[in-house]
Design a protein around this ligand. Structure first.
Ligand code: SF4
Length: 413
């Protein structure tokens, strides 16, 4: 029984899984179904302990380095990407690589190579020890320096201050990055940046949603793992706005004292946190009286990425027990969209019939593609528009003149 009544839970949208995470998890799941264990995964496929444990339970073997993968075995690169050195090393070892690098991370790699070839010194804005930064840095290690705050900009030295370019990690704080870029522009007035900002749509949208709602909440909870950069940034954004905020791996991390005198909680999730953990948190908070659940959609988000070629080929080689119709649909569809989470691959003969009978609706959403490593058809990044939302959905102004669309919900039972 709830111990008090009338408390509100604001559920932010968009929240949770981004397109890159959905794709990476599907890559591991399908690889396990298609090829069977062992499937090795270099680093955490995405930075979420629940997701990693679940895939480990299905037979994935997580390793820190390609060195730990036996010669000739299959290895999946995580969504955060790898350096060319890792690719070369894997090739020398005869490893069969499946690349689940998020296409938006690959975009940053491509930019790094381009700037380096054109003779620029590169400043990579990001966290030194993050897997993504390690991978991007590896594209042009001799000309790249990593900075993580405006202070570090002061001590930068480059051979030619008129030939400097910057790039950023995809999961940074928008505000902090803005300050670092301002410091860079002050130090190197002719500095070049990427054509479109590197901070990805999912990172930006989740931060914008927190900014819109933080002032309406006494407490903002972010579901996400400690090593998830974008989840940590959401906590920072709320705290910078004066709202008490905590990162939780699951509802079990919620401390009783956080809820003292709290009437309204806002709840969101980082891009690698699954919705089931959000639902469990809602259930728990309902027992604490937060049973007036309102979902606030700050902006629409509908981005999907295609699967890597190795996985598309595996699906194309599905056993004959899968019907011709189903296989034809898969072969046609997967380069444009990943199968929905509920979809069971016909690669397993036991699910072939069900899959054939439950053809998912093809996605009509915008597809983002940026380079030859990305399997999806090319659509210019500039055509992506989830960042600002549409007038029909993002209605809450900075001055609070109107409110975002609200959907009344019941806490999950
Ligand atoms: S957070 Fe952004 S860059 Fe990272 S996997 Fe998701 S979409 Fe890709």
């Amino acid at each position: 029984m709830p111990d008090s009544k009338g408390k509100t839970l604001l559920l932010l949208k968009p929240r949770g899984f981004c397109a890159g995470v959905v794709r990476a998890i599907d890559v591991v799941r399908i690889a396990l179904e298609a090829f069977g264990p062992p499937i090795y995964v270099r680093k955490e496929i995405v930075h979420n302990s629940f997701v990693v444990d679940e895939l480990r339970g299905k037979g994935a073997i997580f390793v820190d380095s390609e060195d730990e993968v036996p010669n000739g075995e299959r290895v999946i690169y995580s969504a955060h990407g790898v350096s060319p050195e890792v690719r070369e090393h894997s090739a020398r070892r005869g490893l069969r690589v499946i690349d689940a690098t998020c296409p938006l991370v690959t975009k940053v790699h491509v930019e790094a190579v381009k700037f380096a070839k054109e003779g620029y010194s590169l400043i990579l804005i990001g966290h030194h020890d993050h897997d993504e930064v390690v991978g991007t840095l590896g594209e042009a290690p001799l000309v790249t320096q990593v900075v993580g705050n405006p202070e570090q900009v002061k001590s930068l030295t480059v051979p030619d201050p008129n030939r400097v370019a910057y790039l950023t990690q995809t999961t940074l704080s928008l505000d902090e990055t803005k300050d670092i870029i301002a410091a860079l522009k002050q130090k190197f007035p002719n500095i070049k940046g990427p054509a479109a900002q590197d901070i990805c749509y999912a990172t930006e949208n989740r931060q914008v949603a927190v900014k819109e709602v933080a002032s309406d909440a006494d407490l903002l909870l972010v579901v996400g793992s400690e090593n998830s950069s974008n989840s940590n940034r959401l906590v920072e954004v709320a705290r910078n706005l004066g709202t008490n905020s905590h990162l939780i791996d699951s509802y079990k991390d919620i401390e009783a004292e956080w809820l003292i005198d709290v009437k309204t909680i806002a709840l969101t999730a980082g891009a690698s946190a699954p919705e089931c953990l959000v639902e469990e948190t809602m259930k728990f908070l309902a027992t604490k009286g937060f049973d007036n659940v309102q979902e606030l959609e700050v902006m629409p988000e509908n981005v999907r990425f295609g699967l890597p070629p190795e996985i598309v080929e595996a699906i194309a080689a599905a056993p004959a027990s899968a019907t011709a119709g189903s296989r034809a649909w898969l072969i046609e569809s997967v380069p444009r969209s990943v199968p929905p989470a509920s979809f069971s691959s016909p690669l397993s003969t036991t699910t072939a019939t069900g899959a054939a009978n439950s053809k998912p609706t093809p996605h009509s959403s915008p597809i983002t593609s940026c380079c030859t490593r990305c399997w999806a058809p090319a659509t210019p990044l500039a055509s992506r528009k989830p960042r600002t939302g549409s007038s029909s959905t993002k209605t809450k102004t900075a001055a609070g003149a109107s409110t975002p669309p609200v959907r009344q919900m019941s806490a999950p039972r």
